[in-house]
Design a protein around this ligand. Structure first.
Ligand code: SF4
Length: 171
């Protein structure tokens, strides 16, 4: 109950900060804590680590699949390869998505129950306005998933960076 009140209060202030044009704090730790217990009960093969394509190297040699996104070959030109290895070793699915729309369709197609994801402030804000969050999870394309997420440091679409170690901690 306390966790839910904290979550709703933080969400309210986060949206208010946006309406007032104020700098927003990082809401991801609150969302993570809200879903953490239920997330840990999921089967790992029903969970996917999904990274945004802004994290891949501009020299990335990977091919693109219409169904599975960027097919990382673990070449180590960027940090995604290391995350892919770690995710697969732990039994998670792994994808690199070109867009939020693709991620939503992927979630439904793969029947995902949980997502470990990374997003920029812009996408987080857009998602919180358009997607419905409740006890059952985040609603994505008509299906509910429990999420554990991380915010990108920079709002940039090319050669972006994230705290790679924190992604591994979320796994
Ligand atoms: S590690 Fe994967 S995503 Fe990164 S550049 Fe290499 S193939 Fe592309």
């Amino acid at each position: 109950m306390l966790n839910k009140l904290k979550f709703l209060g933080t969400l309210y202030i986060y949206k208010l900060q946006g309406r007032l044009g104020l700098k927003r704090w990082d809401i991801m730790p609150t969302i993570n804590s809200y879903y953490r217990d239920d997330f840990r009960k999921l089967n790992r093969n029903d969970i996917a680590v999904i990274l945004p394509h802004c994290l891949i190297s501009s020299k990335c040699p990977a091919k693109f699949s219409k169904s599975d996104g960027v097919l990382c070959s673990k070449c180590d030109l960027c940090g995604c390869g290391k995350i892919r290895k770690a995710a697969e070793n732990k039994g998670y699915q792994f994808y690199i998505s070109p867009s939020v729309g693709f991620t939503k369709r992927l979630t439904r197609r793969k029947n995902l129950k949980g997502i470990i994801g990374v997003a920029c402030d812009y996408e987080i804000e857009k998602g919180l306005h358009s997607e419905n969050l409740n006890n059952s999870g985040v609603r994505l394309n008509g299906t509910r998933v429990k999420t554990q997420g991380l915010r990108l440091h920079v709002y940039d679409c090319v050669d972006n960076h994230v705290d790679w170690e924190k992604i591994e901690e979320l796994m």
